[in-house]
Design a binder for this molecule. Sequence first.
Ligand code: ZN
Length: 183
Amino acid sequence: MAIYIEGKTLCPLCGQPVEPTDSPRTVAFSYFVPNELDPLYIFNDAVFHTEHFDAHPLHDAALARLAERERRQAAHTCYISGTEAVIENYKNPANLIFTDWFTDDPADPLHEYNYRYLNKYYFEQWPERQRFLDAVEQLDVSGRWRGPYLRQLLRQLTSPLQPAWSSEMQATYKQRFETEHAA
Ligand SMILES: [Zn+2]
């Protein structure tokens, strides 16, 4: 969640201080837009006056993007293998990657990979592996992207598989995850 400092956190749309983030007159967003050139980047990790957010022309687009992110996250399935994205399958949290939003353009090869879980246990054998890595590289130098996310993603994808956690550590992790995600 965006950091709120009383009197110091300003609404990017009007430049005036916002109320605390639990106020109905305030809307707060977490990190969800990795590309600094994306028109929705204005909403990334930011706090707004609700009335100013509601009147913004990209209001619907921002909510749609967030809803899509939540929908894909909730599916919790590895895109490569179709297996469930649970700790028993990726063994160590560093081996599970949730890709961010690459592009709105359906003609872009990365469009298919927006918001996907990739379990690194399957990544090396993935027939689409090289095509995917090349497309990420190309987007990074295309002039259509600004920000460190794609470089970080490439490092994560090409780094060695991390050692499996002990079954005790996996169980603790799973328990904590389920507690945090309980409705
Ligand atoms: Zn405002």
